[in-house]
Design a protein around this ligand. Structure first.
Ligand SMILES: Nc1ncnc2c1ncn2[C@@H]1O[C@H](COP(=O)(O)OP(=O)(O)OP(=O)(O)O)[C@@H](O)[C@H]1O
Length: 330
């Protein structure tokens, strides 16, 4: 079987990492005499139009029993951050196209790559794709939200409360920074986190899972994830297993500020289970009802303040990578 690689590149991801990584990958493709076509995203959500076009004309599911020596399989490779990958996978899901997706992580957070064992080094990630040789299935999850009538997929995590508020405050700070060239960029990322933490009030959440109903009166964070990482490598759920078809549901209740900062400290050492404010459980399906106006994040993108009634369950995604790393330099 031969391959033709179709590369969707978000050059702006990771502050230009997408462009730099795509240059490296193109060099490798040329050197190893692979054929390829490049598609650069030029504006926000451009991935959707590109997937629509490729889905109609090119992308097909991988069928193990239809492999032929002289046939060429069109393999999609995404070069971008978690947001780009989310957009691509969500659109393929919407179009019911089961084509496999390969991925070169090039964002600032790269939680999907950390969670599923893809190297953050583009050369290593390239060989994880080339050496894979076939499509495989992983577990991500899908959601339906009753109040807005929306549905979609989650490749990393979906959270209501403080994580949504931090993403919101960070986006606002980034917008302001564009107007103020002299602002220190590291402060731009630290200040919104503190602002969100101090502003976040405890809020009621109802969770239905595993045939039980849980009522949390003063929720600070309520996050569903299928692997350990969120927020750019923070192991919010170290117990989550990316190989299992279960979701990990994490709830933190608001106590005093001192207890919140103690929990953040424990989090840095993956010892959060020592805190009584930290609750977690695994489930194959979950409903989360939050009746007050809260921010929500889906794979690091913010949903404006609202009430939410989410139902989430695992979903199979076809991917093209081996989670074995290769000692290849180029
Ligand atoms: N050329 C572009 N300019 C600006 N935004 C773009 C462009 N191409 C795609 N986008 C948008 O960028 C967002 C995704 O960014 P992405 O998450 O991949 O990078 P990141 O934010 O740097 O990484 P991470 O999520 O890992 O922190 C999507 O909303 C996508 O539509």
């Amino acid at each position: 079987m031969k391959f033709h690689y179709h590369l969707i590149v978000n050059p702006a991801s990771g502050g230009g990492k997408g462009q730099r990584h795509s240059d490296i990958i193109v060099e490798l493709l040329k050197k190893h005499q692979h054929t390829y076509t490049m598609y650069f995203t030029e504006y926000q959500d451009h991935e959707i139009a590109l997937i629509d076009r490729l889905s109609q004309s090119t992308l097909i599911p991988w069928k193990e029993d239809q492999i032929e020596e002289d046939k060429v399989f069109p393999l999609l490779i995404v070069i971008g951050g978690d947001g780009t990958l989310h957009q691509v996978i969500e659109r393929l899901d919407y179009l019911k196209n089961e084509a496999p997706v390969a991925y070169i992580p090039s964002g600032s957070g790269n939680d999907f790559a950390r969670g599923f064992g893809i190297s953050l080094d583009p050369v290593q990630a390239f060989w994880q794709i080339i050496k894979a040789g076939k499509s495989k299935e992983i577990n991500i999850f899908s959601y339906e939200e009753q109040i807005s009538g929306t549905r979609g997929v989650v490749v990393n995590s979906l959270g209501i409360g403080i994580d949504g508020a931090i993403v919101y405050q960070t986006v606002q700070a980034e917008k302001k920074q564009l107007l103020n060239q002299f602002f220190l960029s590291s402060i731009v990322y630290i200040l919104p986190i503190f602002k969100a933490i101090f502003k976040q009030r405890g809020f009621p959440v109802l969770i239905e899972a595993n045939g039980q109903t849980f009522n949390f009166k003063k929720t600070f964070l309520c996050t569903m994830t299928n692997h350990p990482y969120f927020g750019g490598g923070i192991a919010i759920a170290p117990m989550a297993n990316s190989q299992s078809a279960e979701l990990e549901c994490v709830v933190v209740e608001k106590r005093s500020m001192l207890k919140i900062f103690h929990l953040i400290f424990l989090l840095l050492f993956k010892k959060q289970e020592k805190s009584k404010a930290f609750v977690h459980f695994s489930t194959s399906k979950v409903r989360i009802v939050s009746t007050t106006q809260q921010y929500c994040q889906v794979d690091g993108e913010v949903i404006e303040q609202n009430a939410f009634d989410f139902t989430l369950q695992p979903k199979i995604q076809n991917v093209w990578f081996q989670n074995v790393w290769f000692n290849m330099k180029e």
